[in-house]
Design a protein around this ligand. Structure first.
Ligand SMILES: [Fe+2]
Ligand SMILES: [Fe+2]
Length: 271
């Protein structure tokens, strides 16, 4: 084989990456997969189903959200580690989510751009995870040192049966939420004197706007709807697939840059 991939299909290769246990190993494998895909090494999609649960390292221990320990005021290093660890955990989930989306929904009819767009997202999430792991190591910590919760993955998996519900909930509710909260986190690290972590979070923030935009574009494309009809369809899917209300305040500027107007999400806001 000239490809060096022994004729492995794209979906089989993605399933293999989802089955990698180590977090850094998975991020590295995702980056290699993206490069190989861009080099044309996976011409055949195949039909390998993604695993029901991606492999995860033995640590962090995953707890139900209500059992997560309350963070104590324990000095600025501990605070920084806790915050960075929480974001790193979200990024690892985001790698799995983007890869799962491609493997699950890249049917033969799906345009090639769907695969290219979402493997690019998976690659970005891997880069984000690795940057945050570097920040943890700079603080003598590592991903896995603290417990984490499984709420994000569970919320996303509730929509596995329907690509529109998956994009609406996982990417246009949960991923969009990152746009709302990240600016305050950047300001916090700046106040704590950690300019390097603030810089990393700004890189992540800018990339995440493009991810929500990718989701919004694919939602439009796959529904064939625009304007109020598109908003209503999205609201319907979020009401069915997401427990609870959306949490204000919203970052209207970043959301608008990603193609989400207030008239779409504000009707679903709650306290
Ligand atoms: Fe990310
Ligand atoms: Fe993202």
């Amino acid at each position: 084989m000239t490809t060096g991939h022994d004729g492995e299909t794209l979906t089989a290769a993605i399933a293999a990456v989802l089955s990698v246990t180590g977090a850094v190993d998975k991020a590295d494998a995702t980056r290699r997969l993206h490069l190989a895909y861009r080099a044309g090494q996976y011409p055949v999609r195949g039909q390998t189903r993604p695993p029901d649960r991606p492999a995860r390292p033995a640590r962090p221990v995953l707890l139900p959200p209500r059992d997560m320990p309350k963070r104590r005021r324990a000095g600025t290093d501990a605070t920084r580690i806790a915050l960075i660890h929480a974001v790193a955990h979200i990024e690892l989930n985001a790698i799995d989510l983007a890869l799962d989306l491609v493997a699950r929904f890249a049917t033969p009819e799906m345009p090639e751009a769907f695969i290219a767009d979402w493997l690019k997202v998976a690659d970005d999430e891997s880069r984000h995870f690795l940057m945050l792991q570097d920040r943890l190591q700079a603080l003598d910590a590592t991903y896995g040192d603290l417990p984490a919760h499984d709420g994000l993955w569970e919320a996303a998996m509730a929509t596995s049966g329907d690509i529109l519900a998956r994009i609406a909930v996982a990417h246009m509710v949960l991923e969009a939420r990152g746009l709302d909260v990240t600016p305050a986190m950047i300001a916090r690290f700046t106040r704590l004197g950690d300019a390097e972590t603030a810089r990393v979070l700004k890189v992540i923030y800018d990339d995440e706007i493009t991810h929500v935009a990718t989701a919004s574009d694919w939602f439009t494309r796959l529904t064939g709807l625009s304007g109020p009809a598109r908003d209503r369809r999205w609201q319907e899917l979020v009401r069915q697939g997401f427990r609870g209300r959306l949490k204000p305040p919203f970052n209207a500027v970043a959301r608008r840059a990603a193609g989400m107007e207030p008239g779409m999400y504000e009707p679903l806001a709650g306290e």
